[in-house]
Structure formats: C-alpha cells, structure tokens
Design a binder for this molecule. Structure first.
Ligand code: FAD
Length: 391
C-alpha cells in the first residue's frame, strides 16, 4: 500500500491507530478541497481565509471519534501528525490551528486549576471558547524570562494589568488573551485570561510581513485592564511554570517544521518529475536527485526526532533541552529543505503559482518563533555543559 505521506520514508505514521489515520485522512480531504485552492490568493493579500475555520472546527480534530482515551485525550503522536498534516498544506493554517489547540489549550490545561481546565476544555476543543498566547513584548523576545515588563497589581478581588505585547497570533478573533504579566507584589510572572473586549485592551495588525502572511499577528496595548482574580490561571506562579508550558509548545512547533518541509519536498518532487529540460525530466538529473535525496533525508531525520521526543513525553519525560533540541534541529533541516525545494523549481519557485515559494517564505517565521535557533541552542548548550551562556 502507498505510504500515508510520500515523504514519510521510514513509515512513522504507521505508529498511528486506524481511527487516528482516519481523522487525518478527513483533515487532508478538507485541506485539499477547501483550503489549498485559497492559499496563493490569501497569502498575497496578507489576509486569513476565515471561511476555512468552520470546516476545520467541524472535524473535531482535538477529540476525533475513536481516537481518544477514556478521559477524552488524544495521543501525542496523533497530535503531532495533526500539526504535520496541517503544516504540510500551509504553515499559517497550522499556526492558526495550533494557537488554539497548542498554545492556548496547553496554557489552560496545565496553567489553570483542575476546575478551570475541566470547565473550559470542552469549549476550547469545540472552538466555542477561543484564546491566544500573549507572552512576547515589543522590547522582550528572547529575554522574556527575565525581561517581561507587563505588570499586574492586585486590588481586592481584581487585578490591574498594564503593558504591551507583540506578535500575538490570532488575537483579533479570539475570545480571550492569555496574558503573562509580572506581579508587582512578588515579582513573579503570572497568567490571566483577559477577554479581548475588556476596556483598556487595544490592538493593531502587524503589517508588511514577508513570512506567514496569512497569519494575523497583533501588537497589543493593555492600559489599566481590570480582570477578576477568577481570571487568573492559578498554576502559573513563576516563569518556571511558563517554561514548563514551553517544553510542550516547542514540540508542537517542531512537528510544524517537519510538516512544512514535507510539503515543500513533496511539491518539489512532483514538479521535477513533470518539468522537462534538455528533453528529459528535471528529476532524472543527478544534481536534482542529490537535492531531492537531501530533502527526503531531512524530513525523515526530523520526523524520527519528533516521534521519539513525543513518545518520551508520553512517558512523562519532559526536559527543556529535549524540545529545544527538536525545535532547533527540525528548523535547521526545514530551512535547508525549503531552500533546495525552491531551487529545483527554478524561476517558478519564486511565484505563488507553485507551493514552494510560500513554504520557502513561511519557513522563516517558524524558524524564529517559539524560541529562535540561537535560544534553543543555548538551552541545549546549558544542559550539555552545565553553564548557561545567555544571562
Ligand atoms: P530577539 O529576541 O530580538 O532576537 C533577535 C536575534 O538575536 C535572534 O536571531 C536571536 O536568536 C538573537 N539573540 C537574542 N539573544 C541572544 C543571545 N543571548 N545569544 C545569541 N543570540 C541571541 N509570541 C507570543 O507570545 N505569542 C505568539 O502567538 C507569537 N506568535 C508569533 C508569530 C510570528 C510570525 C513571529 C515572527 C513571532 C511570534 N511570537 C509570538 C514571538 C516570537 O516568539 C519571538 O519573535 C521570538 O521569541 C524571538 O524574539 P524577537 O523576535 O524579539 O527576537
């Protein structure tokens, strides 16, 4: 039988159950029929095709039938391949979905109290309640752990939040923003679910992006924003708790980096098989085959890494450096893969008429978000050497 993904050379997707593969198959049908035809146009316009939201929501991808355990949870490998499948079609679509299913849901499930998590999770899974992850600030990206300036001050049963956030993906349409702010009393980072319409919240769209153009990112200002103490995620009491979230979030992004490069490689392979030069297909040339081989090996090595990382996380082994290494490595491989994909498609590889140009441009944002290559290398380096080099 044909592999579920042409780029999955070692058959990692064979580790999935039949209902999991069925759910991914349904997702692929929606992506191929309803999403793919819109991508070039919306990417060029810098707009998100919101008409794809409902078809994706209807698939119930966070708890597909037959693919959940007795507590309604999906397996880590299914979640990983879901990100892979989405990114294999488009990284903005994967990022949009992952903002809800990864960034926001993980923040509520791990950062909230068990009661908050139990109450909100069904609504998060069905997209009745949507949220985004607002950590990065205009003046603090890589150094957010020590640098975070947004402040929270407790007044009776309320908190008053002041500050600014940057790059927040999906904020314009979310019900709430999960805002990370430093408690002025104890100096520790806490998290609050701030309804988007709260007085004092204002946002503007980041324009003129050259990567992930469909994904809408916001600059957010928070001026004397008041939320009740019940809006606080009570399990987040310091940046250590935020770092614990990021171990999971980085793995999700490493899967996106695998999917993105798989999409680029598969599109490049199709193109080189069809396009004729010197009276034969591009794919028949040795130099082209060497590039295709490098791309296929990059996808396979990246997948092997995230599959094993995910299996270990399922066993309860979570270390900062493990997901940092996967984010770092898969993104480096991704960058090489998309560059080679673009190269073998020639001039057409810089137009939106072939998918590779979009993958090539979008890879740059994935390379930088959720911890840049440097920062993830330094997290790994600290674990390898016992010396933190980025204080
Ligand atoms: P900087 O921190 O200014 O870094 C610039 C360069 O300097 C990088 O190459 C970096 O690696 C390097 N550098 C920094 N410090 C060191 C050091 N000590 N040693 C060596 N090199 C160093 N954030 C959110 O909170 N929510 C979101 O939804 C979100 N979505 C995003 C979507 C997109 C498309 C993008 C681009 C970003 C998003 N981000 C989001 C923010 C993202 O996480 C940050 O961009 C990222 O952490 C890097 O921060 P920075 O852009 O401020 O770069």
């Amino acid at each position: 039988a044909a592999a579920f993904y042409p780029s999955d050379r070692y058959g990692y997707s064979e580790l999935l159950s039949t209902p999991e593969l069925a759910a991914l198959g349904q997702l692929r049908t929606v992506l191929d029929k309803q999403v793919a035809p819109l991508l070039g146009e919306y990417w060029e316009a810098g707009e998100f095709p919101y008409q794809i939201r409902q078809p994706l929501v209807d698939l119930n991808l966070m708890a597909p039938e037959g693919a959940t355990d007795s507590q309604g949870r999906t397996s880590g490998l299914y979640t990983g391949f879901r990100n892979f499948e989405l990114a294999r079609t488009d990284a903005s679509v994967a990022t949009f979905y992952n903002a809800q299913s990864g960034l926001f849901r993980t923040t509520v499930l791990k950062g909230g109290s068990p009661e908050q998590a139990a109450d909100l999770d069904p609504k998060i899974r069905s997209f009745e309640y949507t949220g985004v992850f607002a950590l990065t600030e205009p003046d603090h990206g890589s150094d957010i752990a020590g640098g975070l300036e947004t402040s929270a001050w407790r007044e009776g049963d309320n908190w008053v939040i002041n500050g600014a956030k940057r790059w927040i993906g999906g904020a314009f349409t979310a019900d709430v923003l999960a805002v990370f702010a430093r408690d002025e009393a104890d100096g520790q980072v806490k998290a609050f679910l701030v309804p988007r319409e709260t007085p004092g919240v204002s946002m503007s769209k980041i324009l003129r992006k050259t990567s992930l153009r469909m994904m809408q990112n916001a600059d957010i200002e928070l001026r004397a924003v008041r939320v009740p103490d019940t809006a606080r995620l009570s399990n987040i009491n310091s940046f250590k708790d935020v770092a614990a979230l990021m171990r999971r979030l980085r793995s999700d992004v490493a899967w996106i980096a695998c999917g993105l490069q798989a999409g680029a490689y598969e599109a490049a392979l199709r193109y080189t098989l069809e396009r004729q030069q010197f009276g034969r297909s591009l794919a028949s040339f040795q130099l082209t085959q060497q590039k295709l081989a490098t791309m296929a090996a990059n996808v396979t090595a990246s997948l092997g890494m995230v599959v094993r990382l995910t299996q270990r996380q399922e066993e309860g082994i979570f270390r900062d450096e493990d997901s940092a290494m996967a984010k770092m490595f898969t993104c480096t491989a991704m960058r090489e893969t998309v560059a080679l994909a673009r190269e073998v498609v020639g001039g057409n590889g810089i137009t939106l008429d072939t998918d590779v140009a979009r993958f090539h441009a979008d890879a740059e944002a994935v390379y930088s978000y959720e911890g840049t290559h440097d920062i993830n290398a330094l997290i790994l380096g600290r674990a390898l050497t016992g010396t933190g080099a980025f204080r």
